[in-house]
Design a protein around this ligand. Sequence first.
Ligand SMILES: [Zn+2]
Length: 88
Amino acid sequence: MIKTRKLYKIRYSQNGTDFIMGCPICDFEYNHIENIETQESDDYSTEFGDIFRGSATIMTMTCEEGHDYRIVFGNHKGWLYLFAIEGH
Ligand SMILES: [Zn+2]
């Protein structure tokens, strides 16, 4: 059984810096891309639960305040799901 984890919206920093992404967990604007991967799947049962079905591009990220998270672009029949999930 897949454990459902909390999802976060992607958002800009609230520190007045335009076009700077904030950490989805704490809003800190110092974030780093560790890895980018693409997963091909036609399964509803992904590690992200039953949010979407299809391929996904996943960015593994860290925040300088100590958060590890992934940004997920999930794609199914033209619908593009975009969210962050805590943990690597
Ligand atoms: Zn953070």
